[in-house]
Design a protein around this ligand. Structure first.
Ligand code: PEP
Length: 254
């Protein structure tokens, strides 16, 4: 983390929670943020679509940010079961994830589709959290840097800036497994992402754009991951469903 970049701690609730659970967790987290005298981090909650409205109501005025987990690339139309970026913005979302590995796997989202969805997010005034990461097979084949460089190049939308885009590096093999890369490995990928952003967006945007780490981030490993020079926060799945764990991670920001 570099002082110029404010850490972002993002909770991806995935397909978890009924209204009562979501409201209770959001209310608890809003209370914790209010108790922070001068929080040194931003916090984002990405509940499932069904909970966005109630979570939004629970966190209103708290300073917590609200986001969707996915959106369609088109603004409206005959796309049964999908929601547009503008619909998320209309519900009070300021962020949306694009290209989470579970979307890439479960829904076959390609880099081109992720780019289109992230572009739609920017057009709707949302900040896109563009997710990339190598699989276990790609890691074992020594392709980690190549895969992440390609995914970034092909998924980053036109018009991306440090103000409207966040990158999340999430090694697929680390998501939900309890496994994490070594600190050296994590920093190597984050530094590669920063260097690619430098070439694509120029030094100022690259220096200010936040790059999150995601994949089994927990209270026990958050401090060392968040202290890495090019890690500017975390995208947290499992541990974001527990207020104590999620808040302990947020408070681990340097
Ligand atoms: C995620 O799905 O974005 C994630 C990082 O999950 P977990 O923290 O459970 O590994």
């Amino acid at each position: 983390m570099t002082p110029s970049r404010r850490p972002l701690i993002a909770g991806n609730w995935k397909m978890n929670g009924m209204r009562e659970d979501g409201q209770a967790l959001a209310t608890e987290l809003a209370g914790r943020l209010r108790q922070e005298a001068a929080p040194a981090f931003d916090v984002l909650l990405c509940p499932p679509f069904t909970l966005i409205a109630s979570v939004g109501a629970a966190i209103a005025g708290s300073g917590l940010h609200l986001g969707g987990q996915a959106c369609h690339a088109k603004g409206k139309g005959a796309h049964t079961g999908d929601v547009s970026a503008a619909m998320l913005a209309d519900l009070g979302c300021a962020f949306v994830l694009a290209g989470h590995s579970e979307r890439r796997t479960d829904h076959g989202e390609t880099n081109a589709e992720v780019k289109a969805k992230a572009g739609a997010a920017l057009a709707a005034g949302l900040t896109a959290v563009v997710c990339i990461g190598e699989t276990e097979a790609e890691r074992k084949a020594g392709k980690t840097l190549h895969v992440n460089g390609t995914q970034l190049a092909e998924s980053l939308p036109a018009g991306a800036t440090a103000a409207n885009t966040v990158i999340a590096y999430e090694p697929v093999w680390a998501i939900g497994t309890g496994l994490t890369p070594t600190l050296e490995e994590a920093q190597e990928v984050h530094a590669l992402i920063r260097a690619e952003l430098f070439g694509r967006l120029g030094p100022d945007e690259a220096e200010n754009l936040r790059i999150l780490y995601g994949g089994s981030m927990k209270p026990g490993n958050a401090s060392e991951l968040l202290a890495l020079p090019d890690v500017d926060g975390g995208l947290i799945g499992g541990a974001s469903l527990d207020a104590d764990d999620f808040w302990a991670i947020a408070q681990s920001c340097p």
